[in-house]
Design a binder for this molecule. Sequence first.
Ligand code: ADP
Ligand code: MG
Length: 265
Amino acid sequence: MNVASHTASSAGGAAPIIELVALNRTYRTEEVEVRAVRDVSLTIERGEFVAIMGASGSGKSTLMNVLGCLDRPTSGEYRLAGRNVAELERSELALLRNRKIGFVFQSFNLLARTSALENVELPLLYSVPLVPQRERRARATRTLESVGLAARMQHVPSRLSGGQQQRVAIARALVTAPELLLADEPTGNLDSRTSIDIMGLLQAQNDAGLTVVMVTHELDIAAYCKRIVVMRDGEIIRDEANAERRSAAAERAALDAAEQQARLA
Ligand code: ADP
Ligand code: MG
């Protein structure tokens, strides 16, 4: 079975972007053993927009770290775009991660003394084949424009609002043109209106073909996703399509219209 599926995926790229089979991640310290992710099997196809929900400590971040190849499973299998990550050398894995995956974190993780533009250029420094400096600048500029930050590119993070910083972080994740965007509580530090804008940005990217997997503990935020996976004590306890998906663009337009009306009244 391994041989067959590997051949199929190298041939056509038709393999799911994510395939987890009986995956476990156990943390071992001297006193205790924490089974942070237990026996999780999950398939995510290209073009999906998945919310991972669950109480604090339910294993969401541990799962995301494995999905992002920042951490390896204790047992079980993770196939990223058809490649079993356990079979890859360190350098191959780093390359696959750089090519396929963009990350967004709750705390933005931007370099403080570095302009928005330079923050977004950064992942391109590690790209293979090498991206020339002029091309790095052009791509970072285009990506910042696409997230609505054309006028703020020279600012350092402390001169940007939380929502703008998260846009920079999203641009940094998108600049390598990944197939998969992983976001761990991307709206966790933002007010509700700014959260709508960030979800609008992610929905637009997803509409354009990007696969998005996002952790949130807020049901209102999960409601923008196409599929909702719920974890408890390291296990997936629910996995459902979201039939009544919210549209951030429509909500934003309604908010703007209401405000305009209030101004005229
Ligand atoms: P969530 O993101 O859903 O809040 P986490 O994945 O961070 O959950 O944590 C899941 C469980 O694993 C928790 O019990 C947490 O305390 C434990 N845990 C997380 N990281 C580590 C670590 N590096 N070492 C030991 N235990 C950890
Ligand atoms: Mg977490």
